[in-house]
Design a protein around this ligand. Sequence first.
Ligand code: NDP
Length: 387
Amino acid sequence: MAKILAVLYPDPVGGYPPDYARDAIPSITGYPGGQTTPTPRAIDFTPGRLLGCVSGELGLRRFLEDRGDTYVVTSDKEGPGSTLDHELPDADVVISQPFWPAYLTPERIAAAPRLKLAITAGIGSDHVDLPSAIGHGMTVAEVTYSNSISVSEHAVMQILTLVHDYMPAHEWVTAKKGWNIADSVSRSYDIEGMDIGVLGSGRIGKAVLRRLKPFDVRLHYHDVHRLPEEVEEELGLTWHPDARSLASAVDVLSIHTPLHPQTMNLFDDDMIGAMKRGSYIVNTARALIVDRDAVVRALDSGQLAGYAGDVWYPQPPPSDHPWRTMPHEAMTPHVSGSTLSAQARYAAGTREILECWFDGRPIRPEYLIVDGGGLAGTGARSYTVAG
Ligand code: NDP
């Protein structure tokens, strides 16, 4: 029997919710392009409930315990005395979420001789050291597409929030009890007519482009692989041969690439300096794609008019992380991919991956990042490993 270790974010401060704002979530069976939503044999949870936190347990406890497996769920993941480090040495499977990542470093992987499967309940497996996972003979899988539309909606929301300067206006009527129209509008613009760019036109990037099209903006993108001509025509896209060409052409840039050696620290002082003065960056991909302090410097100087996103490094960030206090930001914690709608899909996808694993059936290639001693499936297309 297997030991499954899940590292999930803590419960709400007020405790696990007894009820919810809405009674149900829409039933979605497929994604753009034809991929189906997860198809586990069964689920033991109610879609729309909080599943990603410790008490939600991704809805897996009954399934695993009925099989005779051991299921350990914790949020305690940092430092040598953490429950993660204590439970890891005899774990067969580790489940973690990008929102509260169990960083599977080379040292942690070496300390887990039985570890064969790392599942990301969500999308983005950069918290797993992929070269070490390959060397260890592990499979790394994630629930591709489960929260892509959720993130795309969040990115569009943050673009509008920044350009319209929503956050200070909200603060004037709530925290400051004022009615300060001039203060509220002195940095407020429309996106209509602006040049907006997407870096990485994969599942999320393409969904962002589609959602922005009705706003009458000029859309640009860069990706390693160019989109089909009919998609470029339908959305009126301008393709750029590299990230720099894209960055310097747009008023707003939304980042949607994975974090891997090619994208690490891509937006440094030099790249941000190549953008138009007063540009905006929205980053819902990974924090380390941008240079943390270069962003702060650019906001202070006015080179950037705003920065928003939901990804930080490390997660959770320390209380003195400079992005908590920098000007002209609209940051959230890492939540865009963990709406209740998304949680139902990534919990079901995690169960599907486990069922395949236990049955010895192949995991869908679109869920695979590492398998068979190398990058595989989606991982082989979208990731690189150094060396
Ligand atoms: P996809 O793999 O569908 O898309 C990523 C795209 O980025 C692909 O088209 C890929 O190219 C492209 N790409 C990779 N490297 C580069 C590069 N160096 N330059 C330009 N383009 C590049 O992933 P998703 O859209 O589903 O997700 C994207 C990222 O968003 C995830 O890796 C994750 O880090 C983040 N994410 C964040 C979430 C959140 O809650 N904030 C939730 C989900 C994901 P190609 O495949 O054509 O080679």
